[in-house]
Design a protein around this ligand. Structure first.
Ligand SMILES: Cc1cc2nc3c(=O)[nH]c(=O)nc-3n(C[C@H](O)[C@H](O)[C@H](O)COP(=O)(O)OP(=O)(O)OC[C@H]3O[C@@H](n4cnc5c(N)ncnc54)[C@H](O)[C@@H]3O)c2cc1C
Length: 403
């Protein structure tokens, strides 16, 4: 396949595998400084637009979407959250991010981030091919890597690039191009997953509600005035078919119940899925002329709402590094990417792991484990230091505050 004839061969400075937030934002940032890209994705635009994923953006990331000219729609249709609620022991505790650390987060679904980025590429004349097949990345250890693919109409194409970016998500094939004996994979599996639903119902709360209970974890999030997103802890092998709407609502209500009489507004369940997750980092994030970004290099459990934010931070660093590498800096400029990106990645790994362990109850937890966890929750919400730590971590770290 590597040398079979193709219908077209096109040369660009940077080829990007994956049109998720990392791939499209990188293409947008490079496009603004005159660097042409071609982005490929195996999924159709419609498929990506309709897959529910992240919902919380750091204020810094929201500002970047506006200030780099992607779109200011987030300011009109997004919701700024100045805090969040943590419920446990039947009581609610508000963590006021803005008062504690002067920052907030934005509720703005990943589907909208994607639509804004894809529209920006269209508007700016960027090239994105959706619905491709048979992506092959070749010659990454040379200065002339290539990407080959089959377009949606069955024709075969080759992109000749100076650099290739693997932004192909948590099942990345690009990261497998780094030989086994030259890469390290750090990771952790969890003995639980999330049962995620979209429901037609009014909002139950103005901000996200994270609930820890004897029955397990739940997260109450929002989408629109009439559609809400919620999750509860389940077994990784749980079958969605075993869950009627009634059973789902009973489970969620039990997990958020408290002495304040809080109840979720119920309605028909529109979508349901079991979402497995893990903690994962692959190093190195660069191999020859290929660089990894976003979920291709690292994934976090969704509890800390870091994944999308991290992906967008990676490409902020990477766009600058690639620009230098394509200019006077040469390939050596790429050496700056991993150390800068990794510091935030490991901070986010730690926070996501900590918050996941804090809020979930693992199967078989001993009475001691359960009581100790309540003690830790008390320490977090009951001390200014605890609330400040949670707020600082949840709202993200400014690029200037890496130290
Ligand atoms: C339930 C859930 C809730 C989440 N909540 C949050 C949250 O609140 N906040 C947050 O920050 N993050 C959250 N995340 C994580 C976030 O969704 C991801 O971290 C984010 O999508 C990473 O972006 P990416 O561009 O790196 O990867 P992706 O969005 O996965 O994009 C990768 C793209 O590459 C394409 N691709 C794969 N293989 C190939 C190939 N061979 N050729 C061409 N294209 C290919 C895929 O089709 C995909 O479109 C959540 C995730 C889940 C699952």
């Amino acid at each position: 396949m590597a040398d079979a004839p193709v219908d077209t061969a096109t040369s660009v400075p940077v080829a990007v595998v994956g049109a998720g937030p990392a791939g499209l934002m990188l293409a947008h940032r490079l496009g603004r400084v005159g660097v042409e890209t071609i982005v490929l994705d195996t999924r159709t635009r419609h498929e990506i637009e309709t897959t529910q994923r992240a919902g919380i953006l750091e204020a810094d990331v929201a500002r970047d979407l506006v200030e780099t000219g992607v779109s200011d729609r987030i300011l009109r249709e997004g919701h700024e959250h100045e805090g969040t609620e943590i419920r446990f022991g039947g009581r609610a505790h508000r963590i006021h991010f803005k008062a504690l650390v002067g920052e907030s987060v934005w509720l703005y679904p990943q589907t909208d981030v994607f639509i804004d980025l894809a529209d920006a590429r269209d508007r700016d004349g960027g090239t994105v091919h959706f619905g491709v097949e048979d992506t092959e990345v070749l010659d990454v250890t040379t200065a002339a890597p290539r990407v080959r693919y089959t377009a949606a109409d069955g024709s075969r194409h080759e992109i000749r690039a100076r650099y290739v970016v693997g932004a192909d998500g948590s099942r990345s094939m690009c990261r497998n191009l780094i030989p086994e004996d030259r890469r390290v994979r750090y990771g952790k599996e969890y003995p639980f997953a999330w049962f995620g639903i979209m429901a037609e119902a009014p909002r139950s709360a103005p901000e996200l509600v994270y609930a820890h209970s004897d029955h397990g974890f739940a997260l109450i999030s929002q989408r629109t005035e009439t559609v809400q997103r919620m999750y509860f802890q389940c077994d990784p092998d749980e079958s969605v078919d075993a869950w009627s709407d009634d059973r789902i609502w009973e489970t969620l209500q039990a997990r958020v119940a408290g002495e304040d009489g809080f109840r979720l507004a119920e309605g028909p369940v529109l979508e349901k899925a079991v979402l497995r997750f893990r903690s994962f980092v692959q190093e190195p994030m660069r191999w020859g002329s290929m660089v990894l970004a976003g979920d291709a290099a690292h994934t976090v459990p969704p509890t800390g709402a870091r994944g999308l934010n991290l992906a967008l931070h990676d490409v902020k660093v990477l766009a600058d590094v690639l620009l230098r590498a394509l200019g006077d800096g040469g390939e050596a400029a790429l050496d700056d990417y991993q150390p800068q990106a990794l510091q935030r990645i490991w901070r986010a790994q730690n926070f996501s792991h900590w918050l996941t362990e804090l809020l979930h109850t693992p199967p078989g937890a001993s009475p001691f484990d359960r009581r100790r966890r309540l003690g830790e929750l008390d320490n977090v919400v009951g001390t200014r230091a605890g609330r400040t730590y949670l707020s600082e971590q949840y709202t993200g770290w400014p690029v200037s505050a890496q130290g």
